[in-house]
Design a protein around this ligand. Structure first.
Ligand code: SF4
Length: 373
């Protein structure tokens, strides 16, 4: 409970990918300078100043798209206002089409020690259908640049269930990724979100069906396991010692503080979210008003439900004693009937203090989670 994470949002992208509904924008480069001034001001006036920070995550958008001086400036402001733990994990999300050696050297100089790169797949034709601004060669060059500045901890994001993608294509992407020797791989299925160009044309996209998608999920798990990437969350795999601490804190239901447009924060029992509109965010900060758009105080029941939902995403599952001590909820007695059926069917397991979904159970994880809420 005394761990706090910081998330910094960069809402800029060189161009929008066709599947993306994240709060990011292209063609707004003229606001970058003002945006980062506002961001520094938001950090400097935070009521959470002085807290100890164990992880920082620059997400977006594409943080690597903006000039590196802005990222270094945010790091300076964080150091002036917070205490960064000695081995603070500091991650920046990058797009291979935006990386340069100068940027990476600056990141290294300001103690950024983890790079997350959106690779998505190895196939230039599919990358172009997705609207990505990079090629497979850019991915290889990006990893070479990361290595050349001496940053050794890097993640590659892979996407499954892509237009025209077959199992064999995914296998080639996994092979391509593993050769680049990342410490961590995230593998998420494409979701067609309302409001994106893909949403209007999904019938023409030649997407894999549900059964094929399931096979892709299993291929990721088995292939990555054979190369020493252990799955610790539904879609996240790491070499030993390289679990992403920042994301783990979120699934562990720990506090996090977000800065920037659209940033979410959570300090139990309160959750709030900043306005997503970049101009709205800048003017709120400039006018010394709050950029917060929504604010919610969670009840004990809300928190129990959220804790269970997040914990069951992890292979380690629910910490039974923590649920009891922090929320006063004994899941073993409240859900004894459901649990005995799920355990009998081999979908759920219990060891000393953890209740978790088994390998077999992960295929129907959503329905198991619903039963345990
Ligand atoms: S680079 Fe990332 S944030 Fe930007 S549009 Fe593409 S998917 Fe969205």
């Amino acid at each position: 409970m005394n761990k706090t994470s910081v998330y910094i949002h960069t809402p800029y992208c060189k161009s929008k990918c066709r599947y993306c509904d994240f709060p990011s924008f292209s063609g707004m480069e003229d606001t970058v300078s003002e945006y980062f001034s506002a961001l520094s001001k938001e950090i400097s006036r935070s009521v959470h100043r002085g807290k100890k920070i164990d992880t920082v995550f620059f997400g977006g958008g594409t943080p690597s798209y903006v000039n590196e001086k802005y990222i270094a400036g945010v790091m300076d402001t964080l150091r002036e206002n917070f205490t960064l733990s000695e081995n603070c994990e500091i991650t920046i999300e990058t797009n291979p089409g935006t990386l340069t050696k100068d940027k990476l050297s600056t990141y290294k100089d300001c103690c950024i020690n983890r790079i997350s790169m959106g690779m998505q797949c190895h196939d230039d034709r599919i990358l172009s259908v997705l609207g990505r601004i990079h090629t497979s060669e850019d991915i290889i060059n990006g990893v070479e640049l990361i290595n050349s500045v001496g940053i050794t901890n890097y993640n590659l994001d892979i996407m499954c269930a892509l237009p025209t993608q077959k199992l064999r294509d995914l296998e080639k992407s996994l092979e391509f990724a593993v050769k680049l020797n990342p410490t961590h791989i995230s593998a998420y299925s494409l979701i067609i979100e309302e409001g994106t160009p893909f949403y209007d044309t999904w019938q023409e996209l030649d997407l894999p069906d549900e059964e094929e998608e399931r096979k892709m999920y299993h291929l990721c798990k088995d292939y990555l396991a054979s190369y020493g990437y252990e799955r610790y969350e539904v879609s996240n795999y790491a070499k030993e010692g390289y679990i992403c601490r920042h994301n783990k804190y979120c699934w562990d239901y720990e506090d996090y503080i977000g800065f920037g447009s659209a940033a979410h924060s959570f300090c139990r029992p309160v959750r709030w979210e900043n306005v997503a509109d970049v101009h709205g965010y800048i003017s709120a900060i400039k006018n010394n008003t709050s950029p917060v758009r929504t604010f919610e105080e969670l009840t004990r029941e809300d928190m129990i439900e959220e804790y269970i939902m997040l914990a069951l995403r992890k292979t380690e599952g629910i910490e039974i004693s923590r649920l009891r001590e922090e929320f006063g909820y004994d899941i073993l007695s409240h859900k004894s009937i459901e649990l005995s059926a799920l355990i009998k069917s081999g979908y759920v397991g219990i060891n000393d203090n953890n209740l978790f979904i088994t390998e077999k159970g992960f295929d129907i994880a959503d329905s198991i989670t619903l039963k345990l809420l």
